[in-house]
Design a protein around this ligand. Structure first.
Ligand SMILES: Cc1cc2nc3c(=O)[nH]c(=O)nc-3n(C[C@H](O)[C@H](O)[C@H](O)COP(=O)(O)OP(=O)(O)OC[C@H]3O[C@@H](n4cnc5c(N)ncnc54)[C@H](O)[C@@H]3O)c2cc1C
Length: 435
């Protein structure tokens, strides 16, 4: 019997250290330095403050633990990573402090899986060492959910590839040392077989940022998500990742991990929102009693706790499934977690904001910022609707159509069969009921 919800004492000690460290040393960075500095390696806070913190994480053997030892990290597996990420989700700076921030985690994962030795040495090692950040450039302005509309092309010219086309929402391109760019290399076959991934150093001539798209609250044109045009961008043949035509096989490896890691951190964010909700409910009095004593607010607390508890167990279970069978066989679990992430975040943060009244929607609480994360979680790495399709398809795989005209649960046939099975006893009952 292997079902067990307990954490090993040795690992719990590590979690306790992480929780204390993040609270004491890392969350002050959230308050002093805006989110976008997290990826800006030129900002002095990286050298002067972050580096010593990262050293402490390394000394604890907790650095870059999203990758297993075979892939160059100190990995614990997804289940332990889920427990760690739950704590890291409470701070914007924590993932960078622990060397496991998106999108670098996913990029490191595919480099580790598909990179040549030379690619690993040039791109993976500095990424794992926390010296550089990276970008993943796949979505195009005309569509992200449906890759069949992608137009960005790469054509072979001697021993180089020449990339032309536009990409949209290429996060952190402005801070990145390199981008992994998806481009069509064989337009005569389905994009799922005719696209390739290229490692493109960001100093390569021809990379034109049309706009730095931002998220709500950020000044227009100053965000971290590049709308970028690749104009005759040349990379050598050895900068194809995993070989021509492999883009979607690689993307699947990458996106699965990214989705579950976002979900793990969202557990932490939701817990933070619930903490705020409960504290406010106990602190605020109206009409002679605390908010916590009102039935409506108790319902908020109960619903939030129940939803968060269900979500946390769902995330941990999905992480466990990945550890058991690999991410490629956990598509249903990962897609289901991705769907739940945005919904749970939306519901809990909304209630927490509401309980805080005007303060909750003001810029003096972190809640309004967290609120925007909910729709972002529902879109980044693929929209909810598309992930529901994946869940539904996977669920339906274990069913077949009814063999006859009526469903297999149709009562007349089932009752007739059961009656035939117990005919002797039923006859006896029937005989008794006559007298
Ligand atoms: C914060 C953030 C960071 C991102 N970072 C990156 C990055 O680093 N690199 C990168 O390449 N991309 C990135 N993206 C882009 C992201 O992957 C896309 O936004 C996503 O794939 C959806 O594509 P789209 O925005 O073009 O929406 P569309 O594809 O136009 O979809 C719009 C809406 O249509 C509906 N819809 C779509 N398909 C279906 C369907 N089959 N059935 C029913 N309804 C459907 C959904 O409601 C969906 O939200 C990022 C996005 C965000 C928000």
């Amino acid at each position: 019997m292997a079902w067990d919800f307990a954490t090993e004492p040795e690992f719990q000690e590590k979690l306790d250290w992480i929780a204390d460290f993040v609270e004491r040393e890392v969350t002050p960075l959230d308050l002093a330095f805006p989110h976008h500095y997290v990826y800006d390696k030129t900002h002095p806070v990286h050298e002067q403050v972050l580096k010593p913190l990262q050293k402490q994480v390394q000394d604890q053997g907790l650095w870059a633990c999203h990758l297993g030892p075979d892939l160059g990290g100190l990995g614990f597996g997804q289940l332990k990573l889920a427990l760690i990420n739950e704590i890291l989700g409470r701070s914007n700076w924590a993932p960078m402090t622990f060397g496991c921030q998106a999108p670098d985690t996913g990029n490191a994962e595919i480099l580790a899986h598909y990179g040549t030795d030379a690619q690993k040495e040039r791109y993976l090692q500095p990424l794992l060492d926390g010296k550089i950040v990276s970008c993943f450039s796949m979505t195009e302005p005309q569509g992200g959910s449906d890759p069949q509309v992608f137009q960005c092309r790469a054509e072979k010219d001697g021993d180089e590839w020449v990339i032309n086309g536009e990409k949209w929402f290429s996060s952190n391109l402005r801070y990145a040392a390199f981008a992994i760019v998806m481009a069509v290399t064989d337009p005569d076959v389905s994009i799922y077989k005719g696209a390739s991934m290229f490692l493109v150093p960001t100093e390569t001539p021809g990379i034109e940022v049309i706009r730095h798209v931002g998220l709500p609250g950020e000044p227009l044109g100053e965000g971290a998500h590049a709308y970028v045009r690749y104009n005759n961008v040349r990379v050598p043949d050895d900068h194809v990742l995993g070989g021509p035509g492999q883009a979607f096989v690689i993307a699947q490896t990458r996106l699965g991990g990214g989705r579950i890691h976002h979900a793990m951190r969202t557990v932490g964010m939701c817990q933070r929102a619930l903490d705020m909700l409960c504290e406010r409910a106990l602190s605020r009095y109206t009409q002679g009693s605390s908010l916590a004593s009102k039935g409506a607010i108790q319902e908020y607390v109960a619903d939030s706790w129940i939803e968060l508890h269900q979500f946390r167990l769902q995330v941990l279970h999905a992480a466990w499934v990945i550890d058991q069978v690999g991410g490629h066989k956990a598509r249903k679990e990962i897609a289901a977690v991705k769907v739940a992430t945005a919904k749970v975040m939306k519901d809990i943060v909304f209630r927490a904001m509401h309980v805080h009244g005007s303060l909750g929607v003001s810029n003096e609480m972190p809640l309004a910022g967290m609120w925007m994360t909910a729709p972002i979680m529902g879109i980044a790495d693929g929209p909810t609707e598309v992930h529901k399709v994946t869940v539904a398809r996977q669920v339906l795989k274990s069913y077949s159509p009814a063999p006859g005209l009526f469903p297999t649960a149709h009562l007349p046939e089932r009752v007739a069969a059961a009656r035939a099975q117990f005919a002797d006893l039923l006859q006896h009952d029937h005989a008794n009921s006559i007298f």
